[in-house]
Design a protein around this ligand. Structure first.
Ligand code: NOJ
Length: 511
């Protein structure tokens, strides 16, 4: 009998060992969940006292700048149906639920003197509902929906005057939601600054490439730090942890040549280091500072286009995180580029790279992004190598399609491959403390409206009842969340990205 037990033990340990090498078992203490944001999910855009945000103004333009003239006025109707969706997440085995607070639902004009009781009550109810299922609330204070009232008075992310307003708003929210376990001050600041104030793709559609976008980055970082400091000094008894979350893509050198390797590392610093470095170390990454200074000086500008942090600011910003938030979707192949004339001012010329190569290494006429499983592993390892073994919350991974597909094998493959490489990063020593998938249901995907769908559950936005219909990936994710076991694919492929963003000409920004 003893021999029999020992034999079984040896067989099982061998099996576990080989499975683990293939990445089949995940640490049991990592919580998973789903992510959402107010503007993309809630709808009820003018109900119960909510004020307009810059996204309402943008989507209501005529002609519409949004694909298929879509709007988020109703979106998933999460404002009325949050109980149903929270239950769906809980039934799948989620332990985290991520949402954002609409600033103008709580403070309709953005100013703290005008509190909308119904707005704050809604978020209290939402947190209560999440806690009812023993899930941890993950709350984002700002997911791109600046109150129009503030913007109309010149208070936006390029004006430091926004900082006390953001602090006042955050204080009210935090005071009212004491049980939130993870706070994210700002979601994807790069999108706010580069797309909102650089390229002008997103509201408020300011085109000040390589100039105002850096001012925005500076103000956003100061605003994040001010909220973090306020939280730690005014709410020392709260247990929730706080950080910001970045879209940190992976930059893979096109060749092993020194120039391309250096170019990839430079772009990594311009994209992720631009925000992580100040909050961890207190100042801009050296290469970013150097490149923008160099190009500004050679263009005879009186000072660098990148605002300089004072010693006081460095001290304020350094250390304003309890963990690092990461949204990860894409990988780019990066090749070095020759220096553009110094008077051609743009973020791209500051970075000085060429990312227009496809998976086969063929040059295309515009930037090419790819879905590459090892990208997330490399990003996680890069963060850990740059900044030390800081806890990392993966606040978004996910993939999209055109919404019609129920047999979404690509989503199952995507999630499997990305998770399996996350596991390899964990085995490398990266401290991953949680993952929220984007997203539980289809939702409003910004300028492309409802044409890009990220949901495990499909929503037919033409159907007034907005039914939530499970795709094939629902039973896959349920099984994974409930067992923590995953069979990794033998080979993990790279895919071309399905998302083709419209060009600036295609969207009607200034109509
Ligand atoms: C990042 C953003 O935070 C989210 O709002 C968006 O829908 C997803 N990425 C997918 O593009």
């Amino acid at each position: 009998m003893l021999i029999f037990i020992v034999a079984i033990y040896i067989i099982l340990s061998f099996k576990c060992e080989t499975e683990a090498k293939k990445g089949g078992y995940f640490p049991k203490d990592i919580p998973y969940g789903f992510g959402s944001s107010a503007y993309q999910f809630e709808g009820a855009w003018n109900e119960d006292g909510r004020g307009p945000s810059i996204w309402d103004t943008f989507t209501h333009k005529i002609p519409s700048p949004i694909k298929n003239n879509d709007s988020a006025d109703v979106a998933c109707d999460f404002y009325h149906r949050y109980k149903e969706d929270i239950k769906l997440a809980a039934d799948l085995g989620a332990k985290l639920y991520r949402f954002s607070i609409s600033w103008s639902r709580v403070l309709p004009s953005g100013y703290a003197y005008n509190l909308n009781e119904k707005g704050i009550q809604y978020y209290k109810n939402l947190v209560t509902e999440i806690l009812k299922y023993n899930m941890s609330p993950v709350a984002t204070l700002y997911h791109w929906d600046l109150p129009q009232g503030l913007y109309d008075n010149g208070i936006d992310w390029t004006n430091p005057d926004i900082i006390p307003h953001f602090v006042n708003y955050s204080r009210i929210v935090i005071q009212n939601l004491p049980k939130v376990q993870f706070w994210l001050t700002i979601n994807e600041p790069k999108q706010i600054c580069h797309w909102g104030y650089g390229v002008g793709y997103m509201p408020p559609n300011v085109k000040s490439d390589g100039v105002l976008e850096y001012k925005c980055t500076y103000v956003v970082l100061k605003a994040h730090a001010a909220v973090y400091r306020m939280y730690k000094s005014e709410f020392p008894h709260y247990e929730g942890k706080m950080s910001l979350t970045l879209d940190c893509n992976w930059m893979e050198p096109l060749t092993k040549n020194f120039e391309d390797v250096d170019a990839a590392s430079r772009r990594q610093q311009f994209e992720c280091g631009l925000y992580y470095h100040p909050i961890v170390r207190g100042d801009w990454p050296y290469i970013v500072k150097y490149r923008i200074y160099l190009r500004s000086k050679n263009a005879n500008l009186p000072e660098s286009r990148l605002p300089e942090f004072s010693l006081r600011e460095i001290a304020d910003i350094r250390g304003t995180y309890d963990f690092l938030g990461v949204n990860h979707y894409l990988t780019y192949l990066v090749k070095d580029e020759k220096e553009a004339p110094f008077t051609n001012i743009s973020y791209a010329n500051d970075v000085r790279i060429d990312s227009s190569y496809d998976i086969e290494g063929n040059k295309q006429d515009k930037e090419v992004s790819m879905l590459v499983p090892f990208g997330i592993k490399n990003v996680l390892n890069w963060i850990t190598k740059e900044y030390g073994n800081i806890p990392i919350l993966i606040t978004e991974i996910g993939t999209s399609d055109n919404g019609t597909m129920f047999n979404d094998v690509h989503r199952i493959d995507f999630v499997t491959d990305y998770l399996c490489t996350v596991l390899e990063a964990i085995n490398d020593g990266v401290n991953v403390t949680g993952i929220t998938f984007w997203s539980l249901t289809d939702n409003f995907e910004w300028i492309v409206g409802y044409s890009q769908c990220y949901g495990f559950y499909q929503i037919d936005f033409k159907n007034p009842f907005l039914p939530r219909m499970p795709r094939r990936s629902v039973s896959f994710i349920k099984n994974y969340l409930q067992t923590g076991m995953l069979k990794c694919n033998e080979s993990r492929i790279m895919w071309p990205n399905r998302i083709k963003l419209p060009t600036l000409e295609e969207i009607n920004l200034y109509g």
